[in-house]
Design a binder for this molecule. Structure first.
Ligand code: UDX
Length: 448
């Protein structure tokens, strides 16, 4: 029989939000596929109870909570979750280490910085998993506001290995100190990971963020491991697990796919603002009427909680050109031949998914990392156009319609599509056997 200590067991602890859980579930599956004996995803009861138990290569360990429903407000939820983690993590590690496979590494969400000391105390290695871009983390690193490394007078900011960044390209937390102060605190606190974590995993790939990865690599133990997208989406010939991440919303899959099947190649705009962003009523009206004005077919994901903001005028015209659903299987949609462009809030997962599937974008960033992602999409990777915000802070319907037409119908759209296809190829190369992300995962495992 093999010695207990030769077996490897990795715990993965994502922050339980859609944009964090998807890449970390995918990463867990990747570790399992690479021969790690046991990979356990640790998440809260209210999520784990909806996870399919069978046919998964990863184990689930639940953090119990008595409250029926966790707080809705982001700041309150963060606090609630982290209290729960600090109360339960030691117990969980001890319980799981009793098994045949002793726990060796804790892969934790980079915003859950409180667990790194705990992991070390328990004799585990700690790997911080960043669910946002590497460039974004570099901005936080250089602009650590507590030590005011960079003065903020509103002029362009020049930071090592990054393009010149205007005020509107910076993450919203730099200037907006009022919105979700607890989240803002954790976001800056992520810098602790650079000093304390044994590894820094980024859901990105070397070619995409070469300059910044090259800047970080000699200084910190960075490993780019993305994109964490099932390989069959990157290469249609492959037939692996189609299940993507873990959906916290119920997708209207059949309706979406049937509707897309009835449309011509490249004729549909896919519109989504992810799992958290919320537009105000005026902006929702401009977006709705801009989509109609574009005269393109559109598939729009409007979460159930946002639906009541839609104007009557839009609802009466919707069926002529559009389909609206509360949630969709986004990767299947982006991979569908009918999709011509993605009108997006440019959350990091959506950005990476569009780049990896070769879909050009119109970006309308809302908050957090999205402005920075939008800057890279339009100016660095050149796979999309960014809408212009009016003086009243609203993007008007004409701007929305003309940006869509620019990508769907004009010369510029052809160039954006060509670039998107180039990134698609590079994303696949990174995760293919021997590619940069694949090698990084192998290296990490060989050092365990
Ligand atoms: C947010 C941030 O903006 C993101 O950058 C950060 O890393 C995590 O928090 P979110 O706003 O939800 O996340 O956007 P995004 O990062 O794009 O993640 C959304 C995920 O939900 C994607 O994986 C996307 O495929 C999925 N999705 C979205 C669906 O499966 N169906 C939908 O209808 C919409």
């Amino acid at each position: 029989m093999e010695e207990k200590s030769n077996k490897s067991h990795i715990l993965v602890l994502p922050f339980p939000a859609q944009g964090h859980i998807n890449p970390m579930v995918q990463f867990s599956k990747k570790l399992a596929s690479k021969g790690v004996n046991k990979v356990t995803l640790v998440t809260i009861d209210s999520i784990s109870k909806n996870m399919p138990k069978e046919s998964s290569s990863i184990n689930i360990e639940s953090i119990p909570h008595d409250d029926e429903s966790p707080p809705q407000n982001i700041d309150k939820f963060l606090e609630w979750f982290h209290v729960l983690v600090s109360k339960n993590l030691t117990k969980i590690v001890e319980k799981l280490s009793d098994s045949v496979y002793p726990v060796k590494v804790l892969v934790f969400d980079s915003i859950s910085t409180l667990v790194i000391d705990l992991a070390h105390k328990l004799g585990l290695k700690g790997a911080a998993f960043f669910t946002q871009s590497c460039s974004l983390s570099a901005i936080y690193y250089h602009m650590d506001l507590e030590s005011t490394k960079v003065s903020l007078d509103g002029s362009d900011v020049s930071l090592p290995s990054l393009p010149l960044l205007a005020k509107e390209d910076l993450p919203s937390f730099i200037y907006n100190t009022d919105l979700y102060p607890a989240l803002r605190g954790l976001v800056f606190n992520q810098n602790i990971n650079f000093k304390k974590a044994d590894w820094l995993f980024f859901n990105t790939f070397n070619a995409l963020e070469k300059e910044v990865v090259d800047w970080i690599r000699p200084r910190y133990p960075i490993k780019t491991i993305g994109p964490t997208i099932p390989s069959m989406y990157l290469d249609k010939r492959l037939k692996d697990d189609k299940e993507y991440g873990l959906s916290l919303f119920k997708p209207n899959s059949e309706t979406c796919m049937k509707w897309l099947d009835s449309k011509e190649i490249g004729s549909v705009v896919y519109v989504s603002f992810g799992s958290l962003a919320s537009l105000d009523e005026q902006q929702m009206e401009e977006l709705a009427l801009g989509l109609i004005m574009s005269k393109c077919y559109f598939l729009w994901v409007v979460r159930a909680t946002e639906e009541n903001k839609l104007p009557e005028e839009f609802m009466s015209k919707l069926s002529e050109k559009g389909l609206m659903v509360n949630w969709c299987p986004q990767l299947d949609v982006l991979a569908h031949r009918a999709i011509g462009c993605f009108f997006t809030h440019s959350g990091w997962n959506s950005t990476l998914e569009a780049l990896s599937l070769g879909v050009p974008m119109v970006t309308m960033p809302q908050w957090s990392d999205q402005p920075t992602n939008a800057k890279f999409i339009s100016d660095v990777w050149q796979t999309g156009v960014r809408v212009k915000v009016g003086e009243n802070g609203v993007v008007n319907r004409d701007e929305i319609a003309s940006s869509i037409r620019e990508v769907m119908e004009e010369e510029k759209g052809i160039m954006l599509k060509e670039n998107a296809m180039k990134w698609k190829k590079l994303a696949k190369e990174a995760v293919d056997e021997g590619g940069s992300s694949d090698k990084n995962i192998e290296e990490f495992l060989s050092n365990l």
